[in-house]
Design a protein around this ligand. Structure first.
Ligand code: ATP
Length: 134
């Protein structure tokens, strides 16, 4: 089966760079599944997971928003932040979730910002939950 290159990069580092079979993620207009030879596309990405299928295995990566560029042989994700399941500190995400929930409950400060922080924390926790334990 033909493969495509998937690169996930943040301003800090290259998080993922592999030949993969399929990429599924949530773009601006909804979920997209990308196979090799997909039509070219550029879209903003939400705070979401990227599901990567490779050699019959699926891996999830947490993305804190960014952009996806699809070319027939290559998918590039430029993310504000991205973590592999093994890199996610669950306790830190749980604390961030609690902090954000408290700020929202008390209508304290910048609520839109607190809501984004809550989404990032929930997204990280979901990615860990859906990933096989190592
Ligand atoms: P926190 O309030 O815990 O810092 P945050 O959502 O505000 O969370 P970001 O601004 O999205 O954090 O990320 C800052 C840096 O910290 C990024 O490099 C990101 O990958 C990393 N990071 C944030 N939360 C976690 C986590 N739970 N586990 C591992 N890395 C994390």
């Amino acid at each position: 089966m033909s493969k495509m290159q998937l690169d996930i990069v943040t301003p800090e580092k290259i998080v993922y760079s592999e030949q993969v079979d399929m990429v599924i993620t949530r773009a601006a207009n909804g979920d997209i599944g990308i196979l090799p030879h997909h039509a070219p596309l550029v879209s903003p990405l939400q705070i979401t997971s990227v599901r990567v299928q490779k050699d019959g295995q699926e891996e999830q990566i947490a993305i804190s928003g960014g952009f996806i560029e699809v070319r027939p042989d290559k998918v590039t994700i430029l993310a504000q932040g991205a973590e592999l399941p093994g890199e996610i500190d669950v306790e830190r995400a749980e604390k961030a979730k609690e902090r954000a929930e408290e700020r929202i409950a008390r209508s304290e400060g910048d609520i839109a910002r607190a809501e984004r922080a809550l989404k990032r924390a929930i997204n990280r926790l979901e990615v860990v939950k859906k990933s096989p334990k190592r």
